[in-house]
Design a protein. Structure first.
Ligand SMILES: Cc1cc2nc3c(=O)[nH]c(=O)nc-3n(C[C@H](O)[C@H](O)[C@H](O)COP(=O)(O)OP(=O)(O)OC[C@H]3O[C@@H](n4cnc5c(N)ncnc54)[C@H](O)[C@@H]3O)c2cc1C
Length: 464
């Protein structure tokens, strides 16, 4: 067994691991990264964010081709299979792996491909795919091993028609009817993807409103547009059993209903990848979801061991994971590249896209904050009309006395980009956070950003 010595060893090469490794390497530390997959990028690149966003992009292009009258001159509407659109996702994954591999090489970070576990607080044993075991000794270790779909024992995931968000990427045909169990962000995103391919989707939600953490108006808009695309949303339902049959899956609900489809996609919860880490050898405990507790410095209960990304739980987003990993390393190298990540925008890549930051109307009303609303509807905006993207709205919530921007909620074309303008203003200190910014600043025209000016005038006009 070879033994290597490092300042910092990072377990996992997803966004959290990459953020940690790059920051530590830039600060002059000798760094190694271990990943159980033979390529870098983590589940983010191979199974989660990247494939789902690439699939969505292709599906939207197909929808545009099929619904825009201009394209009829070059051909009739065409339907594409799921494996067809998957090919374009695979191309993006390869490009991402190539770029990210380059970052590690450029920063002289050693990569070990194998499963890492703790022998003791400073020693990681890596079992490589060829069975060789390497020993890495490090002063500090960052756990960034991410998460995987939660699989309850009473669901048979070995049945060929029962999928989760990892295995759906192996689907080799296009089902005519699909049950998506779980209407969280991942369930809603896949409902958009499959319905965009013409699949009849039953979306099973165990609550009475889709994504109830969103502003109600936006959640209602999502429900409307999903229904409009042939998604049947069934609220307040829970499974009794999932029965795999020869030609499909039957979902038995506690309410007594039975639903049959060609396949079922399970999107109900995730669990931290901690079971193979040998945490019992170092005394780190995990919660019932397999997640590790950290303090605001991303330090675990063992002082030289840090954790970041999905393995620590909320918000379980790639966006946050990168910054958490970077911050964990910032604490290790004691430079100023540290912050506790708690101001994360919501970006949901359904069709239509959704994004928000700050408080919603429900929260502000409950807190008795005197706010006002300004709205801009995309259907009236030049850039949206040019792009043939009339669906959507930007809503700004602001304090009616101080004019402070309290929340920005958006759905429709480019929503996840548009929200950052509002976020930048909300992050300004004192009077610099003001809705007046949007009427006192000249934006490019025509742009989707114009929605801020329209919404700001709409809101300011309500004041008296
Ligand atoms: C379908 C889907 C869509 C998503 N869409 C978005 C989105 O649009 N935007 C967004 O911000 N987030 C999105 N997410 C969430 C995002 O993918 C995760 O938050 C992100 O991947 C977490 O990054 P991470 O670095 O913590 O870990 P991961 O990306 O999970 O990577 C962890 C890595 O560690 C490796 N590993 C595990 N155990 C070991 C071990 N013992 N030894 C060595 N290596 C190990 C794993 O193989 C993996 O490569 C999505 C997730 C899913 C499932």
């Amino acid at each position: 067994m070879a033994v290597y010595s490092y300042d910092v060893v990072v377990l996992g090469s997803g966004p959290a691991g990459e953020g940690a490794a790059m920051n530590a390497a830039k600060a002059g530390r000798k760094v190694a990264v271990v990943d159980s997959r033979r390529e870098v990028g983590g589940n983010c690149t191979h199974l989660g964010t990247i494939p789902s966003k690439a699939l969505r992009h292709s599906v939207r292009q197909i929808m545009q081709f099929n619904t825009n009258p201009m394209f009829r001159q070059i051909g009739e509407p065409r339907w594409f299979s799921f494996p067809d659109v998957l090919k374009s996702a695979e191309r993006v994954i390869s490009k991402q792996v190539a770029s990210r591999t380059g970052y590690y090489a450029r920063n002289r970070i050693d990569l070990f491909f194998g499963t890492g576990s703790f022998a003791d607080e400073q020693t990681i044993e890596v079992v490589c795919a060829n069975g060789v075991v390497e020993k890495l000794v490090a002063k500090q270790i960052v756990i960034a091993t991410g998460s995987r779909p939660y699989r309850p024992a009473d669901v048979n995931f070995h049945h060929p028609r029962v999928y989760d968000s990892d295995t759906i990427l192996t689907l080799s045909h296009t089902p005519r009817r699909l049950i998506i169990y779980g209407a969280g962000v991942i369930g809603c995103e896949y409902a958009s993807i499959f319905s965009g391919l013409g699949v009849l989707v039953d979306l099973i939600d165990n609550r009475d409103q889709l994504l109830s953490f969103l502003d109600s108006e936006i959640s209602d808009a999502l429900s409307y547009h999903l229904r409009n695309s042939n998604v049947l949303i069934r609220h307040n339902e829970e499974y009794e059993s999932i029965e795999g049959v020869d030609n499909g899956v039957v979902l038995h609900l506690k309410s007594g209903k039975k639903i049959k489809a060609d396949a079922l996609l399970w999107c109900n919860g995730r669990t931290g990848n901690t079971d193979q880490l040998g945490l019992e050898n170092i005394g780190i405990k995990v919660n019932s979801r397999g997640q590790i507790e950290v303090d605001q410095n991303y330090r675990t209960e063992v002082s030289n061991i840090f954790a970041a990304g999905d393995v620590i739980g909320w918000p379980s987003l790639a966006s946050a994971a990168y910054d958490q990993g970077r911050s964990a390393a910032g604490n290790i190298v004691e430079n100023d590249s540290w912050r506790f990540v708690d101001d994360v925008p919501t970006g949901i890549y359904t069709i239509p896209e959704i994004s928000s930051i700050g408080k919603n109307e429900r929260e502000l009303t409950q807190a008795k904050i005197p706010y006002e609303v300004g709205k801009a509807f995309f259907k009236s905006m030049a850039r949206a009309q040019i792009s043939n993207e009339p669906v959507g709205m930007l809503k700004i919530l602001f304090h009616r006395e101080t004019l402070e921007v309290l929340g920005v909620h958006c759905f429709g074309y480019q929503a996840s980009e548009i929200v950052h303008i509002g976020q930048a203003i909300m992050n300004q200190k004192g009077e610099a956070n003001s809705i007046r910014y949007f009427v006192n600043t000249t934006f490019n025209y025509p742009t989707m950003a114009e929605a801020y000016r329209v919404a700001a005038f709409d809101g300011l006009n309500r004041l008296f």
